[in-house]
Ligand binder design. Structure first.
Ligand SMILES: Cc1ncc(COP(=O)(O)O)c(C=O)c1O
Length: 385
């Protein structure tokens, strides 16, 4: 299977330590070699030699938009619809406030009770600070469709769940939201770079996501925000700042928003972090996302089959059908924490989520079928001994 893998040459683009089976790219993506050389160049040549002239000589000022354009290609957005800035949490705050502004008046925000914690915390804080105009409604995944009534102003969900790896049907939920007159805000942290995503084809209004997982932007790397072009110039950003000003270097005391996606920016871009993400995105050159998801499905199918055959006491905690999960496979065991620690001692890196969840990110650009086989063999050995 490794020999006929269409992505077999992509692994060489990453700097992976020898002997390690790294199955945690759903949490922190591996290091692309291009990032090492690009960061050295930015630090030593650009910052070191050009100093402040770097803002224009090396185009640091437009790095958030240029890197955003590269992400746009992976998520079915157009150039000029995505900008890289701050964290996913902050971008969710931005996107929800933008959607509230478009809707005006009282608003119900619908989400899933098992959404990622930061998403729930941000929504609760927005409700708390709204003076009673915003109400957040958390429902179970299988009750979302029936709860999408005309009372709902905003539907916000994470496309693929961080714990179960289960996907939402983004197109169907977005269509239903539009029918109900609601705007959509999708968190793509666990799907961008792992699955095909078609934001414009589905009519999504806003999206956000992490740069440090499947996009390999490095620890603490910046996230991004997508705003559909039809909304961009109608929004006055809640987090207004000089980098979102039409002419930031006029230093005017009055805010005049830039046109397009740029007005979503607030402060000075995090050049080192964005440069890392920008270089990391090179690994996606020529990658067909459908073929990538197909490999992820096969890696997952193999892992599930081996674990179920060899470790019957471990329970499956992600969808069995490949098209319903992302490139992560999740199992459950009452000793999950100890098992993951024992796996790490055998150089197999996945992660534990309390109370009993074991997550394995089978990132298709650098995970081989051989790695999956080695991980399953180590798991069997740990449980046996
Ligand atoms: C679905 C999801 N949303 C948001 C976040 C948090 O992103 P950030 O730390 O960039 O705010 C995470 C982090 O793992 C996540 O999995």
């Amino acid at each position: 299977m490794d020999q006929s893998d269409p992505f077999r040459d992509k692994r060489d683009l990453f700097d992976l330590p020898d002997g390690i089976v790294y199955l945690d790219g759903n949490s922190l993506g591996a290091l692309p070699k291009a990032v090492k050389s690009r960061l050295r160049e930015v630090v030593e040549e650009e910052w070191g030699k050009s100093l402040i002239a770097g803002w224009f000589d090396h185009h640091w000022v437009t790095l958030p938009q240029r890197t955003g354009d590269k992400i746009a290609m992976l998520i079915g957005a157009d150039a000029g619809e995505v900008v890289v800035t701050e964290s996913t949490s902050i971008n969710l705050y931005r996107a929800i406030h933008a959607a509230l502004q478009l809707r005006g008046g009282k608003a119900v925000i619908l989400t899933e009770e098992l959404n990622f914690p930061t998403d729930l915390y941000v929504l609760d804080a927005i409700e708390r600070d709204s003076g009673g105009t915003v109400a957040v409604r958390r429902v179970k995944k299988d009750r979302l469709m029936e709860n999408l009534t005309d009372e709902v102003a905003i539907l916000t969900l994470t496309h693929a769940n961080y714990r179960t790896s289960g996907r939402h049907d983004l197109a169907a939920l977005t269509a239903k939201a539009r029918e109900a007159g609601a705007l959509t805000v999708w968190d793509l942290s666990h799907s961008a770079g792992a699955l095909p995503v078609d934001l414009n084809g589905s009519g999504v209004d806003f999206a956000i996501g992490c740069g440090y997982k499947f996009l390999n932007g490095g620890p603490g790397g910046c996230g991004y925000i997508f705003v559909a072009r039809r909304h961009q110039n109608k929004i006055l950003p809640t987090l207004a700042g000089w980098m979102g000003h039409k002419r930031p270097f006029d230093f005017s005391p009055d805010y005049e928003p830039a046109g397009g996606i740029t007005r979503q920016l607030t402060g000075t871009p995090f050049v080192l972090g964005i440069a890392a993400l920008d270089a990391a995105l090179e690994v996606f050159e020529g990658v067909d996302m459908t073929a990538l998801a197909d490999k992820a499905g096969k890696l997952g199918d193999l892992f599930i089959a081996l674990v179920e055959e060899q470790c019957p006491e471990i329970g499956l905690a992600c969808p069995r059908a490949a098209h319903l999960r992302t490139s992560q496979v999740t199992f459950r065991h009452r000793n999950a924490e100890n098992i993951m620690a024992a796996l790490a001692k055998r150089s197999v890196i996945g992660d534990f989520r309390p109370p009993d969840v074991m997550r394995f990110g089978l990132t298709p650009l650098y995970t081989r079928y051989e790695d999956v086989f080695r991980a399953a063999t180590a798991l069997k050995d740990i449980l046996k001994n």
